[in-house]
Design a protein around this ligand. Structure first.
Ligand code: COA
Length: 270
């Protein structure tokens, strides 16, 4: 599939996926949704992708749903609207949450409405201090709907969630870090370097352990205490099998042989 609304770049094990409609502030139109669905499905099986970074071309991360092409133009086409909504729901929801490698949202500029679901469903997120976020739906007479509430409800403190949902007031990257929407914010000039550094930290780790970590936390958070315990136990056995004993025979062995300290960094894989 040839992409128009997104763009892929691979570097040092990291796949950079750019929203690529800068002239429309990277708003998500039906083409972008179809392309994201296709790209995530392909990248999930791509061995070269060790970490996935999602960011935007130009001065925007993503201005949310394309208010014209996604909402207005489809308002009298219920069948087509339903089809696009499902595609949009699938890639920003389950496909992103359960992507087999770690994902990082790198918020380089405007981030509004439906784009919060992308940020919320990535594993990690960093932002430019100058980025502008907003749950702007209330400003056009609606509310943060679809995937947005679920994706951010557990991230934001309750008062902030209510405040920004009810007022639609924009806030910057520093504030996004304070309220838990992103991990941290850096000056925009340093954002790409900060993202590459964070990705490199993840690439040092064992890829099977990273995938298992995601599954234990993402699925386990919906379970009760006993279920979480047995789920984590089962996943530990799975990890041992998939790694052919790697964490015990290398990770633990290298520690007992005094080759490294897990408290300070990762074991040597080869
Ligand atoms: N849907 C469709 N088009 C959008 C868009 C969106 N969400 N956001 C921006 N655009 C388009 C504008 O219509 C404009 O198109 P044009 O050049 O053909 O007129 C272009 O992108 C540039 O936007 P503009 O408004 O001129 O830029 P700005 O820097 O002054 O403002 C925003 C940028 C993002 C603050 C403003 O466009 C905006 O409020 N967009 C809507 C954000 C929103 O509520 N998103 C939630 C959707 S769920």
């Amino acid at each position: 599939m040839e992409y128009k609304a997104i763009e892929l770049r691979r570097q040092d094990g990291v796949t950079w996926l750019n929203f690529n409609r800068p002239e429309k502030k990277n708003a998500m139109n039906p083409t972008l949704h179809r392309e994201m669905h296709h790209a995530l499905s392909e990248l999930d099986a791509d061995d070269e992708t060790r970490v996935l970074i999602i960011t935007g071309k130009g001065d925007s991360f993503c201005a949310g749903e394309d208010l014209k092409e996604y909402f207005y133009d489809l308002k009298d086409k219920p069948g087509e609207a339903e089809r696009i909504r499902k595609i949009s729901y699938e890639w920003r929801g389950k496909m992103l949450r359960l992507f087999t490698r770690p994902t990082i949202a790198v918020v380089n500029g405007y981030c509004f409405g439906g784009a919060f679901a992308v940020v919320g469903n990535c594993d990690l997120a960093i932002a430019a201090e100058e980025a502008k976020f907003g749950l702007s739906e209330i400003n056009f007479g609606n509310f943060p709907g679809g995937l947005v509430p679920r994706a951010i409800m557990d991230l934001l403190r309750w008062r902030e969630l209510m405040y920004y949902s009810l007022t639609g007031e924009p806030f910057d990257g520093k504030r996004a870090a304070e309220i838990g929407l992103v991990n941290y914010a850096v000056p925009k000039a340093n954002l790409e370097e900060a993202a590459a550094k964070l990705a490199a930290k993840l690439i040092e780790k064992d890829p099977i352990a990273l995938k298992e970590t995601k599954e234990v936390l993402r699925v386990g958070r919906h379970m009760n205490d006993e279920e979480t315990w047995y789920w984590a136990q089962a996943k530990t056995h799975e990890t041992t099998q998939l790694q052919k004993g790697g964490w015990l025979d290398k990770g633990i062995k290298q520690f007992t042989d005094k080759q490294y300290r897990p408290g300070f960094g990762a074991f040597k894989k080869d």
